[in-house]
Design a protein around this ligand. Structure first.
Ligand SMILES: C[S@@+](CC[C@H](N)C(=O)[O-])C[C@H]1O[C@@H](n2cnc3c(N)ncnc32)[C@H](O)[C@@H]1O
Length: 415
């Protein structure tokens, strides 16, 4: 058997079944496949080399590992191609001045309860295709009103309010909130869809303010930088002048189209926030472009499974290959920047394609070993908490609901 698979250790101590995953600013905004903070925290505690200075997360999403790095005082850098994820990461990691936030909350409250929306002619509704398909007229006006209030705030604190605004947008739209992909609720339900936009927004603000207070009371140092570079394509020169000591990350486990659609989840919010080409986000994510027919991907940990899929579905084979080619490029680009003795912690999912499991944990370990690292262990945990589809159709056949993602693999390597 593959040595990396042999090196797996199941450990229920990593399940964190009853943990509060919404401490500090971790409560700010839901997102697909979030890492739970307890995992990042324990990885830092157990595996950060002595004198760690810099933690890097090459798929930072909403910044779970960046926040945990701030809580122990490490410099931290994240990158993500989804603009909404970057906004959330930045806001969650910032120790905003409480008094300034509190004054803004009071002014938003006053404005909401004292103004008549009808009289406000400055409201601007974004002009994106199909906006009326996703929002009723009344909700559009209310969202436009909230955006106006946010735009009038001081720039220093404005983003703090864009985060609950973004979460509100999704919740009050006609999206089925239980799905990550953008699906509209059933037609019959539309006339009864009448969420209280202002109440939802204010409730989220109050929750986030409590998270901020807790964060400010505990954070050692906020030293976060969030970028939008793609490690598959390259890493800006000189960004890591003193190297990287520790990576704590949870990469995607497949392309967005057939696994988790981060871009679709974020699309309406990205559109309201003025992101150009918000519908194109998923195509830019790992494995999003599958024009790889003439490229090869050879790796002991993947060859047999790829061959199996190739024989029954050539298109799916190319999709998986496209993802793995990007995944390899990213690891090849990251590896030289890790300091001697530096540690890698990749939290990955092994999805099924055509009923065949892609051993992404073994693939990760092998790719890093090919770059001079030593595989230490792979911890296997159950994933009761993670917000990702635990049942989907691994064979892409509607109605085939074999459970896929009930385990998560934490791959640990040392340079
Ligand atoms: C599993 S999520 C990370 C979740 C994160 N740990 C959190 O707790 O919120 C994976 C992230 O990778 C991002 N992503 C996918 N391909 C990428 C790429 N090539 N470069 C940077 N980010 C990418 C997606 O936008 C998504 O936010």
């Amino acid at each position: 058997m593959n040595k990396y698979i042999n090196n797996r250790v199941a450990d229920s101590d990593w399940d964190f079944l009853t943990a509060n995953t919404k401490e500090y600013t971790h409560c700010y905004h839901i997102y697909p496949a979030m890492m739970i903070p307890q995992i990042a925290r324990r990885l830092i505690k157990d595996f950060a080399p002595q004198n760690t200075k810099v933690l890097f997360d090459p798929y930072c999403g909403t910044g779970t590992s960046l926040i945990e790095a701030n809580l122990v005082g490490y410099e931290n850098v994240g990158t993500d191609l989804n603009p909404l994820a970057r906004l959330i990461s930045k806001v969650k990691s910032t120790n905003y001045n409480y008094n300034k936030i509190k004054n803004a909350v009071d002014s938003i409250n006053d404005n909401i309860f004292s103004s008549s929306i009808n009289g406000i002619d400055k409201i601007q509704i974004p002009n994106f295709i199909n906006i009326d398909y996703w929002f009723s007229k009344e909700i559009l006006n209310k969202l436009g009103f909230l955006q106006l209030l946010i735009n009038e705030l001081n720039e220093e604190i404005r983003d703090f309010f864009l985060v609950p605004f973004s979460e509100t947008i999704r919740e009050v739209s006609y999206t089925r909130n239980s799905e990550f992909k953008l699906y509209r609720i059933e037609k019959e339900k539309i006339p009864f869809h009448n969420p209280d936009v202002f109440k939802i927004f204010l409730t989220k603000i109050n929750r986030n303010v409590l998270g901020l207070i807790e964060y400010n009371n505990n954070v050692k140092q906020t030293n976060t930088k969030v970028f939008d570079f793609n490690t598959c394509a390259g890493i800006p020169q000189n960004l890591f002048a003193n190297g990287i000591d520790l990576i704590v990350t949870s990469p995607p486990y497949g392309d967005s189209r057939t696994t988790v659609a981060y871009g679709q989840f974020s699309r309406l919010a990205n559109q309201w926030l003025g992101v150009e080409d918000a519908s194109g986000v998923d195509n830019n994510l790992m494995g999003g472009k599958n024009n790889v027919e003439y490229q090869t991907f050879e790796l002991k940990s993947a060859n047999e499974d790829l061959q199996f899929i190739k024989e029954i579905d050539y298109k799916r084979y190319n999709e998986v290959k496209s993802f793995l080619i990007d995944y390899k490029k990213s690891i090849d680009n990251i590896s030289p920047l890790i300091n001697e003795g530096g540690m890698i912690c990749y939290v990955v999912g092994n999805r099924r394609v055509k009923n065949r499991q892609i051993q992404l944990d073994a693939i990760t370990a092998e790719l890093f070993e090919n770059n001079g690292f030593k595989h230490i262990t792979t911890i296997v945990r159950s994933i009761p908490n993670k917000r990702m589809p635990s049942r989907n159709s691994p064979s892409n056949v509607i109605g085939d609901l074999s459970a896929t993602m009930t385990k998560e693999y934490i791959v640990i390597l040392k340079k």
